[in-house]
Write a new protein. Sequence first.
Length: 241
Amino acid sequence: MEDIEKAMDALLRASRVVVLTGAGISAESGVPTFRGEDGLWKNYRPEELATPGAFARNPELVWEWYYWRRSIIGKAEPNPGHLALKTLEDRLLDRFFLITQNVDGLHRKAGNERLVEFHGNIWINRCTRCGNERFDDTVKFEGLPTCPGCGSLERPGVVWFGEAIPSGVIRISMERVRSCDVCLVVGTSGVVQPAASLADAAKVSGAFIIEVNPQATPISYTADVSLRGKAGEVLPQLVSQ
Ligand code: NAD
Ligand code: ZN
């Protein structure tokens, strides 16, 4: 059997499927990945901007970067990879669960509902003092955003490098990966923890691991099948039956 057939076969037999997605699935929508060539902004690496330390030193710089990312994401539409995962959810309903590391909201825009956004959402502002969260569609820097409740500085509602994932999000994600029989890992470099360890947890629990990524990653070692191609091309094929 060819790898794609093995993967299709595993999906067809699966009773519970968990999909893990990373920046790669949104690349074909025009949203740069962190580790690709367009990931750089004004010569800063994302690891120098997406941290509590960077925000404490220079909140203007960090917010400027987030507005720049929002301006790109705001114009992006779900691509055939996102749409294939919506098809899969429609078919499996409660037997489907999606855990995305992406903050771009494109899975929701594609119509997926059974999901957690592991690293938050770029369109949320969170108050640094009272924790109030609100939706904000600003895409241009016009001064630092402040909390409508208490007037304090707001920060992006995302999880930065060095920060903890909210415990409820971890719990539900671990429950799902431990009880799935197929885990589909799409467009993630597998180097950002603890997101990367979710695939390992699925494997340890006996799940069949399918990787979709044009390049080899640390997850390739755990994967039962690695499909080397773009998410927007491979996923529609994978769910075509
Ligand atoms: P990453 O940037 O580290 O890696 C991206 C991976 O996608 C690579 O392995 C690459 O080979 C693969 N890829 C590239 N094009 C692809 C395609 N067309 N189809 C399938 N795979 C493709 O991304 P990551 O592992 O998700 O980790 C980076 C962190 O940065 C995440 O935690 C995430 O929160 C954040 N991030 C989010 C976005 C977004 O929301 N769209 C964008 C950049 C970074
Ligand atoms: Zn507040």
